[in-house]
Design a protein around this ligand. Structure first.
Ligand code: HEC
Length: 495
């Protein structure tokens, strides 16, 4: 039998435990209330009886349930999950049914046992909020009938500069203002004030799939040396069905390219017709950077240094290899490689203040990234990614890993990022040094406001303008964009 002392100790312990529990419940409630998701608490007169329920359920927000039960298959980020073609409908009732009874034959488990109906409804709401997040990109219902586009603090009017180019992929300006425009189908044009001239002496390309005539760039000392650089998918001399992203430089003599020099070929050649990259950009020291996509060999190319695909390479203006490139001394590594682990980068631009090379790249479904390129760094594809497979399942559960770079920013859903530049002029008050990226998929121009190397604000400009392939700032300080099919080049005139 317990003596007096033991009973007193027992009672004291009980009191301590109960008051301690109350304090904990309060903490949980306080914490829960600061979360954006509303959590249902027991009403005040039943606090005692609902204590346990609160302890178990208050912290289980739909985010948490999603992360624990769904993310393994549907991607860690909610938006990636909703960025899908719905098989069974996207109404509340469809989602509810899918979660409750599952599609077990297809690999979707039933959650009738794991969740109450209320929890399933909360998950459905959570997913629907994510869909609303995606819907903000669909401007189709807000068709812009004029060429006037209001934006935060600035209205721009589109001025047509060029038409008649099918897929204007790259643009660059000659010193006197003429615009050189590549057409993915293999041509290069010069647009002057009055007319569009097709140039001669252009290298042969394999214009198929995503390949063809791609980017174009002037040498930083163009005025004294006349070199023009073009990136394109070059046919394999031994097997013309294969191609590789290559760079040729040449000089323009009236309307013909002469003195062609092939300075880079991204090996190996491949019969696949996608993920060529490729953007060209010089830095302040005169090094030329070229982005090359993984060429569709996701598991072979980007993480292996024995090829140029899924890489940013860095070369001298004549193709020589810089002695301080990060892998020049690594046996078996391609010495041109500057960074690796990329998927398909189609935007490269030098930051006007820091001189750093910024890129963006296409993720899979979800997970387009912006990165600042560092020597020898690994950007993780396909080991880490915020994206998911096109069938809605994950190919990697990792979004981060030791030794791999986190993106500066990522887009969920994927916007199909293409073309990148900084606003280097003062023609657009408030936009100075902003980063501009084109969107193929949602057909707009994204403006990102930076604080140092941080993106602190974004705005969607020119909704519905067309599949935006290329963006540059001209010598006149105005922003030029190229959209495709039908191809147009527009100049943005601030009002
Ligand atoms: C083991 C992998 C797996 C897990 C875990 C999983 N799902 Fe699924 N889910 C699938 C597959 C596979 C499908 C079938 C659709 C498809 O083939 O894309 C599916 C389909 C669905 C659908 C119907 C989609 C449509 O296209 O109509 C919904 C909604 C859904 N899942 C929600 C969830 C939620 C919410 C969770 C977490 C509670 C979850 N799933 C957990 C694999 C999974």
């Amino acid at each position: 039998m317990a003596n007096h002392k033991q009973i007193i100790i027992l009672v004291m312990m009980c009191i301590m435990i109960i008051s301690c529990q109350r304090a904990m419940v309060k903490d949980v409630k306080d914490e829960a209330e600061t979360m954006s998701q509303a959590v249902v608490h027991g009403s005040s007169n039943t606090v005692e009886s609902s204590q346990v329920a609160v302890m178990e359920h208050a912290v289980k927000t739909p985010e948490m349930n999603y992360a624990e039960y769904c993310s393994g298959c549907h991607g860690t980020e909610m938006d990636a999950f909703v960025d899908r073609k719905w098989k069974y409908g996207k109404e509340d009732a469809d989602l509810f049914k899918a979660i409750k009874v599952g599609y077990e034959d297809e690999g979707m488990p039933a959650y009738a046992e794991a969740f109450t109906d209320k929890e399933i409804h909360q998950l459905v709401d959570y997913i629907q909020e994510g869909i609303a997040n995606v819907d903000e990109y669909y401007f189709k219902n807000k068709e812009n009938k004029s060429n006037v586009y209001p934006s935060e603090g600035l209205t721009v009017v589109l001025d047509t500069v060029a038409t008649g180019v099918e897929v204007p992929w790259g643009m660059t300006f000659l010193p006197k203002g003429d615009l050189l425009i590549t057409d993915r189908n293999g041509a290069i044009y010069r647009q002057s004030e009055s007319d569009l001239v097709k140039l001669q002496g252009v290298p042969e390309v394999v214009a198929a799939g995503q390949g063809g005539m791609l980017d174009i760039e002037l040498h930083p000392d163009y005025v004294s040396n006349g070199w023009i650089y073009m990136a394109y998918s070059k046919p394999n001399p031994d097997d013309p069905t294969e191609s590789a992203t290559s760079i040729t430089r040449a000089k323009l003599q009236s309307d013909t390219f002469v003195n062609q020099e092939l300075i880079f070929t991204a090996l190996p050649y491949s019969g696949k017709r996608f993920h060529f990259g490729s953007r060209l950009e010089f830095d302040r020291d005169g090094y030329l950077y070229v982005s090359v996509g993984d060429r569709g060999s996701r598991d072979e190319n980007p993480q292996s240094l024995d090829n140029h695909c899924g890489k940013i390479s860095r070369i001298h203006d004549d193709g020589r290899i810089p002695a301080d490139n990060p892998f020049v001394d690594v046996a078996g590594a391609m010495p041109e490689i500057y960074s690796y682990g990329h998927r398909n980068p189609q935007g490269v631009a030098m930051h006007p203040v820091t001189g750093d090379i910024w890129t963006h790249e296409h993720g899979p479904r979800g997970g387009d990234e912006i990165n600042i390129i560092g020597a020898g760094k690994n950007y993780g594809w396909p080991v880490i990614s915020y994206g998911i497979n096109y069938n809605g399942t994950t190919f990697t559960e990792l979004t981060q890993k030791e030794g791999m770079e986190d993106p500066l920013m990522y887009w969920l859903p994927s916007i199909g990022a293409c073309g990148m530049t900084f606003v280097t002029s003062d023609k657009y008050p408030g936009w100075e040094n902003n980063l501009l990226s084109g969107s193929l998929r949602f057909e707009y121009l994204e403006r990102a406001v930076l604080e140092g190397n941080k993106i602190v604000h974004t705005e969607k400009l020119l909704p519905n303008v067309g599949r935006l392939r290329s963006v540059e700032v001209g010598p006149d300080g105005f922003i030029y964009i190229a959209v495709e099919e039908p191809g147009y080049v527009f100049r943005l005139m601030p009002q």
